[in-house]
Design a protein around this ligand. Structure first.
Ligand code: NAD
Length: 480
């Protein structure tokens, strides 16, 4: 069985302890590879090599760093098919999704930041005659980049690319649940001869390896994407040290559908925004709010189409939903479906485990599930389930829809379906979330700020925001 290696100081190396963690294929429920169980020695070696590599990397011209990012991007492009297959096996997502979204977006993240760093400029302020301020933006040092399992290579690269482009060196840890494509990325870095220590990838558990990374006094900033509880823990460690941190956390996103929406488009996109990647995208809309005038019509059509979505082998092109990422997450989702029923909810479709025949019979599959009859304050509507489970509820007025959208501790994304431009603008203004989609979902422009409000995080990724995060601004005031 394949053993994944750490990537430290330009080399693929075994963990010091010689210990490994099981890596499961969620579609079969079987172990198919082993992940390094990295300890403090591995982490400190990775951080030292990043520290050593920093001055030279930071001193390169932007155009030279951009060339390295281009090479990584090309390496991903060349291996797109293989990486997509690896992502699908590791995560359980349909191969078609990994091919169309995950891997192309990972490739594009490196390409985008190779170009962005060439256009990045900082402000200058002409204060008065004879007095000029300008902002000098310098790379900071060793960036710790920690990412989750739902969009493994895509979110991993979303941090690493701007960190490197801005001139930092990186110690990165992918999720221990989906480490494979991060490992394959390190193989690409070895193949292209990326200078030693510029990027280090250390595998292992969050509570041990991850915690060692963020607790080190030698790292200079942290970019984290994952659960809100983990984010709070990281903030407790990093905040007293006054280091920069960006936290992209959980969500419980509303999907608001007004009477005057484009009905067909709202149905079609809501199927995707509810169940893409088995509902395991932080931007998925898990609370569907439908205006009373079209509530029954929308519900009937939506439930009808959801019940026809095929769940099964991620390698099969016909599968709209693949497997849930891990057994513990699978059990957590099923327990929320039980809870929803205890709270008085009615399952309109789904709600059960799926057991395909053949190779996938022991895999962790769940039917796409729609639940009705719950009030806004119940746990099912307040807590992040992060699976193929949505609730649906009616509302009467725009004010009520906005209030329902906001009555949650999260504030990552919201979707609004209306053909009334003024209403769309009012909703965008009053809904408390970092991203608002109007009549669309998951459209991507890499220049836009990405991140959440409230318990969904602190800081923004994407475009200039990421390059600002990964640099330290210094104001220089000149009298001339
Ligand atoms: P998680 O918080 O359990 O783990 C995320 C990463 O943090 C993993 O690499 C893990 O090993 C590491 N980690 C865990 N404990 C750590 C510690 N003490 N110190 C350092 N690192 C530690 O999250 P998850 O289950 O992998 O991912 C699912 C969550 O991620 C969901 O809540 C989802 O909403 C969120 N998410 C948010 C965004 C966003 O952009 N806001 C994007 C994707 C996923």
């Amino acid at each position: 069985m394949q053993k994944i290696a750490n990537y430290i100081n330009g080399k693929l190396v075994e963990p010091h302890s010689g210990k490994y963690i099981d890596n499961y294929n969620p579609a079969t429920g079987q172990v198919y590879a082993f992940i390094p169980d990295s300890n403090s020695q591995d982490v400190s070696q990775a951080i030292s090599s990043a520290k050593k590599a920093f001055p030279r990397w930071a001193a390169l011209q932007n155009s030279e760093r951009a060339k390295w990012l281009e090479k990584i991007s090309e390496g991903i492009h060349t291996k797109l098919e293989m990486l997509a297959k690896a992502e699908s096996i590791d995560n359980g997502k349909p191969l078609s999704l990994a091919k169309a979204v995950d891997i192309p977006r990972a490739r594009d993240n490196f390409k985008f930041y190779a170009s962005a760093i060439m256009h990045f400029a900082s402000e200058s302020h002409h204060t008065q005659e004879g007095m000029l301020n300008f902002t000098l933006r310098k790379p900071i040092g060793v960036a710790a980049c920690i990412s989750p399992w739902n969009l493994p290579l895509y979110l991993f690269s979303w941090k690493i690319a701007p960190a490197l482009a801005a001139g930092n060196t990186v110690v990165a840890k992918p999720s221990e649940i989906t480490p494979m494509t991060a490992y394959l990325l390190s193989e690409i870095c070895v193949e292209i001869g990326l200078p030693a220590g510029v990027l280090n990838i250390v595998h292992g558990l969050g509570a041990t390896t991850g915690n060692e990374i963020i607790s080190s006094h030698e790292i200079d900033l942290v970019s984290f994407t994952g659960g809100t509880a983990t984010g709070a823990h990281i903030a407790k460690i990093i905040a007293p040290k006054f280091k920069k941190m960006s936290l992209e956390l959980g969500g419980k996103n509303p999907n608001i559908i007004f009477n005057d929406c484009d009905f067909e488009a709202a149905i079609k996109t809501s199927l995707n925004s509810s169940f893409a990647n088995q509902g395991q995208i932080c931007l998925c809309g898990s609370r569907i709010l439908v205006q009373r005038g079209i509530y029954e019509k929308f519900k009937t059509e939506f439930v009808n189409q959801v019940s026809q979505m095929k769940v099964g082998d991620p390698m099969n092109d016909q599968s709209r939903l693949g497997a849930i990422v891990s057994q513990s997450h699978f059990q957590k989702i099923l327990s929320y479906i039980d809870l929803a029923q205890q709270e008085g909810g009615t399952i309109l479709t789904g709600g059960k485990r799926v057991q395909p025949t053949g190779e996938c019979k022991d895999g962790w599959f769940i039917e796409p599930t729609v639940i009705e009859g719950l009030d806004q304050q119940c746990r099912t509507n307040q807590e992040e389930i992060f699976g193929p489970v949505v609730t649906i509820q009616p509302f009467d007025t725009e004010e009520e829809a906005v209030a329902l959208a906001n009555s949650n501790e999260y504030g990552l994304a919201a979707t609004v379906w209306t053909t009334d431009l003024n209403k769309a603008h009012r909703c965008a203004e009053h809904i408390k979330s970092g991203i608002i989609w109007i009549n669309c979902w998951l459209q991507r422009d890499l220049r836009t700020p990405f991140g959440g409000m409230k318990n969904s995080g602190v800081g923004r990724e994407g475009g200039w925001e990421a390059l600002r995060f990964f640099t330290e601004p210094k104001n220089v005031c000149i009298k001339y």
